[in-house]
Design a protein around this ligand. Structure first.
Ligand SMILES: [Mg+2]
Length: 321
C-alpha cells in the first residue's frame, strides 16, 4: 500500500470522529488536527525524519562519513532542524502558532552516547529558535538483532490564529486567486542536503497573511509533496478547480516547471484568497506569487502553458513508497 492510499484510508475511516468525539473539530486529512480543550481550539501535529529516507544515510555513526563532509554534530544539527521544521510547517499551514513540542528518537545500536546528547541539544536549539520549546521526549536504542536507522519523531501543539481561526484546506472558492510563498523545485541537492533540510517554516508569513487577510484567506496548505499533488489536495478538499499559469510559477535557481510540480519538500505555503495580496511579506522579505485562479468545475489542477494549451497536473508530485 502506498502512503497516500493509507492516509486516504485513515481520512475516510476517521471522518466520523467529530460525531463520536465532540472534542475533535478537524479529524485526519488536513495539515493539522484541530481539537477542542475546554473553550479553546488547539492544533496537533506529528511528523518524523528517518535516516536514509528524509536525510542522507550514515555509513557508521561512530566514524561517518556524514553528508557533504559535515562533522557529526553539524549533520545531527540539520537532522534535528528538519524534524522540528517539518512539523512547524504544518502548524504554519493552518496559520497557527506553536506552543510546545515533544520529541522521540529511536537510535541505531552503534549510536554513540555523546551523539544522542548532540541530537537532544540540537532539537532544543531549533525548538527555541521557532518559539516551540521541546518539553519532553524519549529515546530508545534498536536491538542489535533488529537494528534500524536513526528515526526521529516530533509532535507539536499549536494555537490557531486568534482572529481568523485555523485555516483549512477546504475553503477555496471560485473567484479566488491562488498564491505561493517562496520558490519551488530542486530542494534536494546532489549531496543529499539542500533546502529540504534548511528551509524556514513559514510561520511568520502565515501569521502575516491571516492578520492581513482575515476571513479573505480561504484555504491553505504547505507544499510538501510537489505543487501538482498538493494543489490537487486543496482543490479536492475545497471542491474546486485550480488553473495555474506555468509562466508564473516561481522557480528556485536551477529548477524547471517539472521540478516545481513533482519534487516536493519545498515547505512553501500554497493558499487561495480574495482581495489584494502584497507580493512580499514585509517582516521577512519572502516573495508571494500569484500563480493562478480558482474556478468552478470538476476538482483538479490544470496548468496553462505560455502557448495557451492546458494539461492536468493533479497527479504530478512525489509518490511516497
Ligand atoms: Mg502539510
Amino acid at each position: 500500500m502506498r502512503e497516500w492510499e493509507l492516509l486516504e484510508h485513515i481520512r475516510q475511516s476517521s471522518a466520523g470522529q467529530p460525531v463520536a468525539f465532540p472534542q475533535v473539530v478537524i479529524p485526519p486529512g488536513d495539515d493539522c488536527a484541530v481539537v477542542r480543550v475546554g473553550r479553546e481550539s488547539l492544533l496537533l501535529k506529528v511528523d518524523q525524519v528517518i535516516e536514509g529516507r528524509h536525510v542522507p544515510a550514515v555509513a557508521s555513526w561512530r566514524g561517518g562519513p556524514f553528508a557533504a563532509g559535515l562533522s557529526r554534530g553539524a549533520f545531527l544539527d540539520l537532522v534535528a532542524r528538519k524534524a522540528v521544521a517539518r512539523v512547524l510547517s504544518d502548524i504554519a499551514a493552518m496559520a497557527g502558532t506553536p506552543v510546545a513540542g515533544l520529541a522521540s528518537a529511536a537510535v541505531p545500536p552503534a549510536f554513540p552516547g555523546d551523539a544522542a546528547r548532540e541530537l537532544a541539544e540540537a532539537l532544543h536549539r531549533w525548538g527555541a529558535r521557532w518559539h516551540c520549546p521541546i518539553v519532553g521526549g524519549d529515546v530508545a536504542t534498536f536491538a542489535a538483532t533488529h537494528p534500524g536507522p536513526l528515526s526521529l519523531s516530533v509532535s507539536v501543539l499549536g494555537t490557531p490564529h486568534p482572529a481568523r481561526g485555523a485555516v483549512l484546506r477546504s475553503g477555496a472558492r471560485p473567484g479566488d486567486a491562488v498564491y505561493v510563498t517562496g520558490m519551488l523545485g530542486v530542494s534536494l541537492a546532489p549531496d543529499g542536503l539542500g533546502r529540504h533540510v534548511t528551509f524556514e517554516p513559514r510561520l511568520a508569513e502565515a501569521r502575516w497573511l491571516a492578520d492581513m487577510l482575515g476571513a479573505n484567506l480561504h484555504a491553505m496548505l504547505d507544499v510538501s509533496d510537489g505543487l501538482g499533488i498538493d494543489a490537487a489536495r486543496l482543490a479536492a478538499t475545497s471542491g474546486v478547480r485550480l488553473e495555474l499559469d506555468e509562466r508564473h510559477i516561481p522557480l528556485a535557481p536551477g529548477a524547471t516547471i517539472a521540478n516545481a510540480l513533482r519534487d516536493g519538500e519545498d515547505y512553501e505555503l500554497l493558499f487561495a484568497a480574495s482581495g489584494a495580496v502584497p507580493s512580499v511579506c514585509p517582516a521577512t522579505g519572502c516573495p508571494v506569487t500569484r500563480l493562478g485562479n480558482v474556478r468552478d468545475g470538476p476538482p483538479g489542477v490544470v496548468l496553462r502553458a505560455a502557448d495557451g494549451s492546458t494539461r492536468d497536473v493533479s497527479r504530478e508530485g512525489w509518490e511516497h513508497a
